[in-house]
Design a protein around this ligand. Structure first.
Ligand SMILES: [Zn+2]
Length: 150
């Protein structure tokens, strides 16, 4: 069954096939995040034109603003503080904590929702499903053959 665009984006899957991983590794790890140049499954090139991911900065900016506003409101409601230091420290921590998340999801949102040159092709997922079914059938056939041999 074809997966939704949103589901594929959350799991950092390729915008074209929804199967290949766009990034190598997890969002939060000690290693630097590495993005594949092309999809390991369908081979689509993610950087559709030179410097394409500069556009992800705008998405990242929108994400940062949403996070900062949310945290500021939360600080105001939870602490009732009027000291600028509580906000400055809270926002600095927010920006640092969300930096890897923003880096990854800004690019994924850009690829999934703002890149008309890459569109979802359900044939990859359907082909993968049929392949899995055939493999299962083959395994069942092999089991049957093995049982007959016994
Ligand atoms: Zn792909």
């Amino acid at each position: 069954m074809p997966t939704s665009k949103f589901h594929a984006m959350i799991h950092s899957k390729c915008p074209k096939c929804h199967i290949g991983n766009v990034f190598v590794g997890k969002v939060y790890s000690l290693h630097k995040q590495h993005m594949n140049d092309t999809c390991p499954y369908c081979g689509v090139k993610y950087e559709v034109e030179p410097g394409y991911f500069y556009a992800a900065m705008y998405v990242s900016y929108a994400l940062s603003v949403a996070e900062i506003v949310t945290v500021s409101v939360a600080i105001a409601i939870l602490t009732g503080s009027e000291s600028p230091w509580s906000y400055l420290i809270g926002l600095a921590v927010t920006i640092l904590v969300f930096a890897p998340f923003n880096f990854r999801y800004a690019r994924l949102i850009l690829l999934h929702f703002l890149t008309p040159k890459i569109s979802y092709d359900p044939r990859y997922e359907l082909a993968a499903e049929i392949g899995e079914k055939n493999n299962k059938n083959l395994e069942e056939d092999n089991n049957g053959i093995n049982e007959i041999k016994k």
